[in-house]
Design a protein around this ligand. Structure first.
Ligand SMILES: NC(=O)c1ccc[n+]([C@@H]2O[C@H](COP(=O)([O-])OP(=O)(O)OC[C@H]3O[C@@H](n4cnc5c(N)ncnc54)[C@H](OP(=O)(O)O)[C@@H]3O)[C@@H](O)[C@H]2O)c1
Length: 393
């Protein structure tokens, strides 16, 4: 992936949306007048936020820009990693005299003390006259209180500029805060007649080199990858992010109610890349302490769990905000049936398998052309079809 693609998001979606004109109805009536230069500065803040992609979880990506009363860019910054200074603080540090300036930020400034102090106090102390924010922070600790605080201290506040772009940029964060579970991407490689493998138990390579590279780019950004025990038994995957930059751990999750995952699986040779969590049925964990011990001895964390929704909530409790569900068919179908899929990414290969194959979503209830905001991308010989099941905006 080029540096340009990196700031634009893996799929370039942000870059295209930035070219679209802003919608005037994105603003609540009665708020300040938005000028053309406001769009330019907010777009800069959105691009800065992109620099944090894949680095900030469980926090959102945020960018901020400070512009003086006479229109000079005097500060800019972005949230680099969880626990580090917020974007507004980076931007204000660059602007020692920000009196009367406007602060553009892609998310509502915080008003609570988390790992860092409240940004609203720093904004007020810096003498900022106006704040333009893309969207309200859904975190219940903020949720509009940041704007209320700023207005109460005489600062003009405009909210909603590039709202949709900002929400899509932080789709994992918005889903995580609203639902307490990760944003779930259902991902598969499929033949043109709708099969994901040649037959049960048959390891099948379907994707072009370009698709594999694209998929690694997604792995670089995601918090966790999930597979069913059937895929571990047939494919014995490593589930690591390869040939992409990723410095933080990648959690791997196996859904395995009968604990069939062997302790010799290749996955356990990659524990240095991140934790391996195995969700199993409580009865299995109680009945098979030896199997649990064998898996724990190779580094797995075995967690008894009732069902898929509770497993996904557990991942949320661990601070996992995004999950790439790579298969196979039974796990995809179960997540689909439980309405736990937010986004679908299917790499369609120019190959016919025939009816002996393992079908993608066995009950055929998902139509790729019906996905919201759907798009297609050529990946070598394959076509990537993707879109939303649950939109965030
Ligand atoms: N082309 C692709 O993109 C792709 C990707 C991955 C896999 N595959 C292929 O898909 C095939 C494997 O698919 P698969 O359907 O056999 O296996 P799978 O979906 O990987 O795993 C199925 C197993 O998951 C366990 N499981 C845990 N929780 C579940 C739940 N809530 N609902 C359903 N199952 C749950 C079940 O075993 P328990 O009952 O013991 O829990 C079930 O037998 C392989 O051929 C593999 O190569 C293709």
């Amino acid at each position: 992936m080029s540096a340009h693609d990196r700031w634009a998001g893996t799929d370039g979606r942000l870059r295209r949306q930035l070219r679209q004109p802003a919608h005037p109805w994105a603003f609540a009536p009665g708020q300040g007048m938005i000028q053309p230069h406001d769009h330019v500065h907010m777009d800069r803040a959105l691009m800065l936020a992109e620099r944090g992609r894949g680095q900030t979880s469980p926090n959102p990506m945020v960018g901020a820009v400070v512009v003086s009363a006479d229109g000079r860019l005097i500060g800019s910054g972005y949230h680099e990693h969880a626990g580090g200074p917020h974007a507004e603080i980076h931007a204000l540090r660059m602007a020692p005299d920000a009196r009367g300036a406007t602060l553009y930020c892609t998310l509502e400034p915080c008003c609570h003390t988390g790992r860092t102090g409240p940004c609203v106090d720093r904004i007020e102390a810096a003498g900022i006259a106006r704040v333009v924010a893309a969207v309200e922070d859904p975190n219940p600790l903020v949720a509009g209180a940041g704007f209320t605080h700023l207005r109460a201290h005489g600062i003009e506040v405009d909210v909603g500029l590039r709202r949709k772009v900002a929400m899509v940029q932080n789709r994992a964060f918005f889903t995580f805060v609203r639902t307490s579970r990760p944003f779930v991407i259902l991902k598969a490689a499929m033949s043109s007649d709708g099969y994901i493998a040649q037959g049960p138990g048959v390891r099948t390579a379907l994707s072009s080199a370009a698709s594999l590279r694209h998929a690694q780019g997604v792995r670089a950004e995601i918090d966790a990858i999930g597979v069913g025990s059937g895929t571990v038994l047939v494919d014995d995957p490593l589930l690591t992010a390869r040939e992409v930059y990723r410095h933080r751990p990648l959690a791997r999750v196996v859904f395995d109610r009968r604990l069939r995952t062997p302790a010799t699986a290749r996955l356990f040779s990659t524990i240095a890349h991140g934790p391996v969590i195995i969700f199993t049925a409580r009865e299995t964990a109680d009945a098979c302490p030896g199997r649990v011990a064998a898996l724990e001895s190779v580094g797995a964390s075995v967690e008894p769990c009732e069902d898929l929704p509770s497993a996904f909530r557990r991942l949320g409790e661990r601070g996992i905000t995004s999950l790439l569900l790579e298969g196979g068919a039974a796990l995809h179908q179960a997540a689909w049936d439980a309405d736990l899929v937010d986004y679908v990414q299917v790499y369609v290969a120019p190959r016919v398998i025939g009816q002996s194959g393992v079908p993608f979503l066995p009950d055929r209830s998902l139509s790729l052309v019906a996905l919201a905001d759907g798009r297609t991308t050529v990946c070598g010989a394959d076509v990537l079809m993707e879109g939303y099941v649950h939109r965030v905006d």
